[in-house]
Ligand binder design. Structure first.
Ligand code: NAP
Length: 289
């Protein structure tokens, strides 16, 4: 019988823990942690993500601010905003919502973020520290995946974990973290040039899918009893829904779930844990200061 890695319920529990801690801090006369977000342009999904992060910040008692900049913002203007946020003593951590408009070089922007306020864990310094196993801010989505596996006591040591995708924000850090001491998985990381993808997936005790292709993983690619983590988020039109769309993942859950021992639903799996991990990183940044 498949069991759910219920990210929604776990996120509520962790938010409760954070809110308690913030209440204790403010009761002692300390200010609340402050998370800021920068959003450039009008991308609908990005707006939703930022709104969700703002809502979650308020739920746990953080101060939150959002810097909304027009699509026409130049790289220089965005760098100025980042310099301001780096130096603002009231802000503990901030994120720049990706993707950015095409005329802005994302890596230049990420490189400009102070590693001490980089609660998304995207700067080279934090990535480097993560790879070395040093204290750092871990990127929120892979951190969320690790939290789910850990809190559900999923056995990982010596398991073959296959990660589909090698992006800097999901696949690569997830593969790194799961191969480290503590998780001790044997990790295979796959990408678009991987030749025997189906055979590799079929060997996975733990399959982490972050490929960005709707319902790509089908039942014939998954071993019986596998633990399945679906990172994918895709909006598809659905006239029966109030907002006109529903969210699906990178896995065809209708046929795959029955084969698994544990599975993350979409929505309500990795997504809520991503936001919570950002809150955890912000609390950490606050405490460090
Ligand atoms: P991405 O940057 O587009 O990376 C996708 C990765 O999948 C790339 O490494 C790519 O390989 C690989 N890939 C693409 N097609 C493939 C194929 N046919 N066979 C094997 N590998 C293939 O995506 P991402 O940012 O990592 O995001 C992945 C998914 O997670 C998306 O659906 C995104 O919306 C979702 N996401 C969710 C959360 C959350 O909070 N739940 C957070 C972030 C992202 P190459 O490197 O060779 O191109």
């Amino acid at each position: 019988m498949v069991q759910l890695l219920d990210g929604k319920a776990m996120a509520l529990q962790i938010k409760d823990e954070i809110a308690n801690e913030v209440r204790n801090l403010t009761a002692q006369g300390h200010r609340a942690p402050h998370l800021a977000a920068v959003i450039v342009g009008e991308d609908g999904a990005s707006k939703t993500y930022v709104a969700n992060k703002e809502k979650a910040s308020h739920e746990v008692g953080f101060t939150s601010s959002v810097y909304r900049m027009p699509e026409s913002t130049t790289e220089e203007q965005l760098l100025e905003t980042i310099a301001f946020l780096n130096n603002d003593p009231d802000i503990d951590g901030f994120i720049v919502q990706l993707p950015l408009p095409k005329h802005i070089n994302e890596q230049n922007i990420i490189n400009a973020i102070s590693p001490d306020k980089d609660v998304d864990g995207f700067t080279p310094i934090n990535i480097g520290r993560m790879v070395l196993g040093e204290e750092c801010f871990v990127p929120a989505t892979p951190m969320g995946i690790c939290t789910l596996l850990k809190r559900y006591n999923i056995e990982t040591a010596g398991k073959h974990c296959v990660v589909l995708g090698r992006s800097n924000i999901v696949g690569t850090p997830a593969a790194n973290l799961l191969s480290r001491k503590g998780f001790d998985c044997t990790v295979t990381m796959c990408h678009s040039k991987t030749k025997n993808l189906k055979e590799l997936c079929l060997q996975a005790d733990i399959l982490v899918v972050a490929i960005g292709k709707a319902e790509f993983v089908t039942a014939d690619m998954v071993k019986d009893g596998a633990v399945l983590v679906d990172v994918g988020i895709h909006r598809v039109e659905d006239a029966t829904k109030k907002n006109g769309y529903r969210v699906i993942g990178d896995v065809k859950h209708s046929e795959v779930d029955a084969k698994c021992s544990w599975v993350t639903p979409v929505p309500g799996g990795v997504g809520p844990l991503t936001i919570v991990s950002l809150l955890e990183n912000t609390l950490k940044a606050y405490k460090r200061r």
